[in-house]
Write a protein that binds this ligand. Structure first.
Ligand code: SF4
Ligand code: SF4
Length: 126
């Protein structure tokens, strides 16, 4: 059953049901940055029961003064290190960062819907 999500001032809607069969296209594929705030770092470290410094060394790297999540190369894909291909989903789902929670309603895509449609099969015209 479709699970249609809309947001004000976006010309598209999102069918969350598409995630079930998508194979995590937004968490794999091309390399990208997933930025985290210090609060989000603390939340994920807590979820994983790791000291923040240990968590940071193991799972994050710095880019332009901010922390981003490391990736794992699988064949020709750059998977977010927290993407679990066995469950077809995010292994830190409860504590995933805002950048992930707000996808696909990013300002960047507001006027780039055609690019977004290539990445996310859940995008539908509103
Ligand atoms: S790319 Fe779209 S449909 Fe696929 S998992 Fe991400 S949000 Fe869901
Ligand atoms: S943190 Fe989770 S939702 Fe975000 S890119 Fe990684 S696997 Fe995907």
């Amino acid at each position: 059953m479709p699970n249609i999500i809309k947001q004000n001032n976006f010309s598209y809607a999102f069918d969350a049901e598409a995630c079930e069969s998508c194979g995590g296209k937004c968490c794999t594929g091309e390399s990208g940055y997933i930025y985290l705030s210090s609060g989000e770092i603390a939340d994920i470290a807590r979820l994983l029961k790791l000291d923040i410094n240990v968590f940071t060394d193991k799972y994050l790297y710095q880019h332009k003064g901010r922390y981003s999540i490391k990736e794992r190369v699988v064949k020709d894909s750059f998977d977010c290190i927290f993407y679990d291909r066995n469950i077809n989903g995010c292994s830190i789902y409860e504590a995933r960062p805002t950048q992930c929670r707000t996808f696909p309603f990013w300002d960047y895509f507001r006027h780039r819907v055609n690019i977004l449609k290539l990445e996310c099969p859940g995008i539908i015209d509103d």
